[in-house]
Design a protein around this ligand. Structure first.
Ligand SMILES: C[S@@+](CC[C@H](N)C(=O)[O-])C[C@H]1O[C@@H](n2cnc3c(N)ncnc32)[C@H](O)[C@@H]1O
Length: 214
């Protein structure tokens, strides 16, 4: 059974000579390899921190940030030292790899070169294929990038045009959308749950069922 740590235990484990290595070993098999969360032009540092925290907590491998304003340092090592990011992500930026891109096109090029399939998220119907979050199978793509849009303008047409499908969390209220941090938590929970289950069933048994994008 996967053990849960209290904040005090986590803090204790971060002390020099403590159990960060042990913790990293314990969670290794629960982490989702080849899964990237992409944030397209986030404008609020608190949302960015929350998404990085979700990425780390849910076992997503990496976060990519489309950052045309050049608000972030080029290097992950420098991001890890950035107080605003460390604070808003409760230090998750120290443990989860974050890469920035100058533009949506640069990020798409990088993902496609590395044979990632993209899916976008939106409260609205976008592009040719629209799916309700819990009705899609996220294990059919070996390498998957899940895109989240800007707080005001949402996901761009360019990202939609390069995506396999658009996912939406069903909404039953009056408001038009969920907050970026909240929606990333809900979407990544579903995606990582499915991919972890796939890894457990097929990888640990040494068997693999075929999936696309390999
Ligand atoms: C505050 S919303 C953007 C609202 C924007 N007016 C729009 O039209 O998309 C920020 C991001 O959160 C995600 N999001 C928010 N609500 C969502 C929902 N119900 N389903 C899927 N993603 C959602 C999307 O990635 C969206 O681009």
């Amino acid at each position: 059974m996967h053990q849960t740590f209290s904040p005090d235990e986590v803090a204790e484990s971060l002390t020099p000579g403590g159990g960060v290595r042990r913790r990293a070993d314990e969670i290794k098999e629960y982490r989702c390899k080849n899964l990237v969360a992409v944030l397209e032009c986030p404008s609020d540092i608190r949302n960015l921190g929350t998404v990085i925290r979700n990425v780390n907590a849910l076992g997503v491998e990496k976060a990519y940030v489309v950052d045309p304003r050049k608000a972030l340092p080029e290097d992950w090592d420098d991001m890890r030292e950035r107080k605003s990011l460390s604070k808003t992500s409760v230090s998750a930026v120290k443990w989860s790899f974050v890469k920035r891109f100058d533009s949506t096109q640069a990020c798409i090029d990088h993902l496609e070169r590395n044979r990632f399939v993209s899916v976008v998220t939106s409260p609205h119907k976008k592009g040719a294929k629209n799916v309700v979050l819990h009705e899609a199978d996220y294990t059919v793509f070996t390498k998957l990038a899940v895109w989240f849009g800007n707080e005001k303008s949402g996901i761009s047409d360019l990202a939609v045009a390069h995506a396999e499908m658009c996912l939406s969390i069903p909404m039953f209220g009056i408001v038009e959308s969920l907050n970026l941090g909240t929606s990333s938590g809900i979407v990544l929970y579903e995606v990582t749950k499915q991919r972890r289950d796939y890894q457990r069933r097929y990888k640990r048994s040494g068997k693999r069922r075929p999936r696309s994008g390999a």
